[in-house]
Design a protein around this ligand. Structure first.
Ligand code: BG6
Length: 483
């Protein structure tokens, strides 16, 4: 790919993630030498003004090893251009075409980091200006749609101009190192597979806790909420990888074929089940890391009295031979006590303890796959404490990937950008996966709309509403941090 066009080029995501990722790929020699970067957005700014913003985004958001030298930055900026774009204005696309080095060569990657409502108008314009030939690729940011119907409408309209294998629906969690490691852990080792089922697993917990609030995105977030922002995509993608059957090989569609089966097998909730199996919350003022923070309703851009959720916990189930009856607990929230993304596999307790009842309060074996802040896999086992008599305690076999390998860490966005440039669809979401995920989320959204009592509040800096602990306690489990 020789040209990278970023729609939403002056937006928050571009600034925080996409531009630093592109620059890191450049610093590491991963971009073609004749590469051009074109930022596109509605603001009327010059190439130089855009370059200043690009430099500012790199200095504030690149990792310490991703800043490079002043000469490197200069040569990246020399490849950077800007094009003012309004999706409704034909002439804007003609001007964009002039900025693309070789518009007919299909050597362009278009990244739509905009709201989903303008995905179709943009692609329509690109197509009518002959910018999306049979090899061009289009990356779409999440959330794609607001519900199952709108997502299907968008996907169907896009297919008028693009083939499915030209569409790269991004979910940056799939680009995280440990998510791919999960595939290796499950399908390159023999000892886990016999245990990976309802016979040995008590429950699975997938939790993404954030300390940040809604930052500068209050208005966007309030229209979205945690269910659409995190559960419909990141959490369900993680769940599908944990629960999928072994694919026949590692080709993109073999993996995606298995993931979509899991998403389709998710038990769809009746309204009554939505009430019993979901918890939603909104943070009120509190303190995070000892610093006072305002409540959600006082965040900039958020309307007073809004009922949008900033926390979700769900007891999901998968209707399949492997998983029937095993709870999959999903949880995510803003302004929580600490930042972590973890998958915990809790194994069933031993059938009987030969060591007597005094040892029974120990937690059963568990496997904890930590995506962030650390990248690690820990297997918690019981072992005897040294000394007289038998006293058991929990010990961890700990595989810390930061220690185990000194290879360069590639951030999720950089990896996914490079995959899209190289035409590798494995870590992108296919239309049927997206549809199946929305189909599961839809009944939850519609019941929440009518259930006005269900939104709980929680103190910023806590682990969410008490009801989230109760959701697990009813089935003999606790969240990791509570044990
Ligand atoms: C994004 C959400 O997709 O993921 C944000 O829109 C969230 O609200 C972010 O903060 C979390 O990503 P990460 O990689 O920081 O865990």
């Amino acid at each position: 790919m020789t040209t990278f066009v970023l729609f939403g080029g002056t937006g928050d995501l571009a600034k925080r993630k996409i531009i630093p990722a592109l620059y890191s790929a450049f610093l590491n020699g991963r971009l073609d030498s004749n590469f051009t970067f074109v930022g596109a957005a509605r603001e009327a700014i010059s190439d130089d003004e855009f370059r200043e913003r690009v430099a500012a985004s790199i200095s504030s958001h690149a990792k310490p090893d991703g800043v490079g030298t002043p000469e490197q930055l200069k040569s990246f900026l020399a490849k950077t251009l800007y094009s003012k774009i309004d999706a409704r204005v034909d002439a804007d696309f003609a001007a964009l075409k002039n900025k693309i080095a070789s518009p007919d060569s299909n050597a362009t990657l278009f990244y739509l980091a905009t709201g989903p409502d303008i995905f179709v108008p943009i692609v329509q314009q690109l197509s009518s200006h002959d910018l999306v030939g049979s090899q061009a690729r289009v990356v779409l940011e999440k959330p794609l749609g607001r519900d199952a119907q709108s997502a299907r409408d968008i996907n169907q309209a896009l297919r008028t101009y693009l083939k499915e294998n030209q569409i790269y629906r991004i979910d940056h969690y799939l680009g995280k190192e440990m998510v791919q490691n999960l595939l290796a852990l499950r399908f390159a080792n023999s000892f886990l597979e016999p245990l990976w089922n309802r016979k040995w697993i008590h429950d699975v917990q997938i939790s993404i806790a954030e300390q940040v609030g809604v930052e500068a995105r209050g208005e966007f977030y309030d229209h979205t909420g945690a269910l659409r922002d995190m559960v419909q995509n990141h959490l369900l993608q993680l769940l599908s990888i944990v629960a999928m059957e072994p694919p026949v090989n590692a080709a993109p569609d073999s993996i995606r074929d298995e993931k979509v089966k899991v998403l389709r097998a998710l038990h769809k909730f009746t309204p009554d089940e939505v009430i019993k199996r979901t918890v939603r919350g909104q943070y009120r003022a509190g303190a995070v890391n000892g610093q006072p923070v305002v409540g959600y309703q006082n965040e900039t851009g958020v309307p007073a009295h809004t009922r949008t959720e900033t926390f979700v916990a769900i007891r999901a189930e998968i209707d399949s031979w492997r998983w029937a009856g095993v709870p999959f607990y999903l949880r995510t929230g803003k302004r929580m006590a600490s930042r972590s993304a973890e998958i915990t596999i809790n194994f069933k307790p031993i059938p009987y303890s030969i060591f007597g009842t005094s040892q029974t309060n120990l937690r059963s074996n568990r496997l904890v796959i930590s995506l962030q802040p650390e990248e690690s896999v820990q297997l918690f086992l019981k072992a005897k404490e040294p000394g007289e008599g038998i006293r058991l305690s929990d010990v961890a076999l700990n595989l810390d990937f930061a220690e185990a390998s000194t290879s360069r860490r590639v951030e999720a966005y950089e990896r996914l950008l490079l995959d899209a440039m190289h035409g590798d669809l494995t870590l992108f979401v296919r239309d049927d996966e997206l549809g199946a995920a929305w189909d599961w989320v839809d009944p939850i959204m519609s019941t929440w709309q009518t259930d006005t009592e269900g939104l709980k509040s929680y103190i910023a800096g806590s682990w969410g509403p008490a009801a989230s602990s109760y959701l697990l306690a009813q089935h003999g489990s606790t969240w990791g941090e509570e044990f």
